[in-house]
Design a protein around this ligand. Structure first.
Ligand code: ATR
Length: 263
């Protein structure tokens, strides 16, 4: 019986077990995927268990995507570039950290048929997920990336790694085609990002990394103003698909059932 875990803190909200166990069953695999709430001091032992093959694969979520790195033997290019690990596996006795959030975002945007080539994108937030979105947007041929964060120094820090991005002050709005909420604002139902929607023309694309609730106020106002909107559900599903593929050497299906499973 193979054993997989998603680890984080908090972890109660995670839908990864539901999704992975569905794919495990539909592919007739002998495995189980569980969630584990950990604290920083337990990461060492977690990786030891993977090394000793008591665990077969790990997903990492907030707040450990970066702090897990010192315990690993090797990072994939994607994990290296973003300093963010969400998928861990053992290969040739080495513990490898990889980042499938990049692929998750790219596939999500491709599946909704949005063309990023030549577009100007404003990212709100400079937290854990932002480097993955920057790398994905660059891979997809985006023309310009602006980044804005309440704590500006964190956006400036990202610029040290991604020199081509332009930092804009929190609350100011450059000309963009696509705007991405990569903050945690909206996870609580009544939370608002203070944007002047009247100044944004209707044909923009609003993307929210949050998928629960399915429609944040950010997306609700955008929709009301006639903009195209998308939440983070597909990104979540495709990052999970990429992890599953690494651990089980088969590509699980993303079909209507999977989409409904997470409603
Ligand atoms: P971390 O910042 O520890 O990486 P995260 O959940 O990955 O945590 O990121 C949270 C993001 O949401 C950050 O960009 C954060 O902005 P700050 O860096 O200024 O904290 C943003 N955020 C959270 N609450 C916010 C609020 N009330 N207003 C504006 N931005 C907020």
């Amino acid at each position: 019986m193979k054993k997989f875990f998603v680890v984080g803190n908090p972890i109660e909200h995670s839908l990864s077990p539901k999704l992975h166990n569905y794919w495990i069953q539909s592919n007739n695999l002998k495995a189980v995927y569980d969630k584990k709430k950990l604290d920083l001091l337990e990461l060492d032992n977690l990786i030891k268990n993977l090394r000793e093959k008591k665990i077969d694969g790990i997903n990492v979520t907030i707040p450990f995507k970066n702090s897990i790195i010192p315990f690993l033997d090797k990072l994939s290019n994607e994990a290296q570039k973003t300093q963010s690990v969400n998928t861990i596996y053992l290969r040739d006795e080495m513990v490898i950290g990889h980042n499938t959030d990049i692929e998750g975002f790219e596939l999500a945007v491709k599946h909704i048929n949005y063309e990023v080539v030549g577009k100007k994108v404003l990212i709100l937030g400079a937290g854990g997920v932002s480097p993955s979105i920057i790398v994905a947007l660059k891979n997809m041929g985006c023309k310009k990336i602006f980044i804005s964060n309440r704590t500006q120094s964190k956006a400036e820090n990202l610029k040290k790694t991604f020199n081509e991005i332009e930092v804009v002050k929190w609350g100011t709005m450059p000309d963009f085609d696509m705007i991405i909420n990569a903050t945690s604002l909206g996870l609580k139902k009544d939370e608002n990002i203070n944007l002047d929607y009247s100044k944004i023309s209707a044909e923009k694309f609003f993307y929210d990394v949050i998928y629960n609730p399915p429609e944040t106020n950010f997306l609700r106002f955008a929709k009301k103003n006639g903009n195209k909107i998308e939440n983070g559900k597909k990104m979540f599903i495709y990052q999970a698909q990429a992890s599953f593929k690494i651990w089980n050497s088969l590509e699980p299906q993303v079909d209507d059932k999977v989409m409904e499973l997470l409603n």
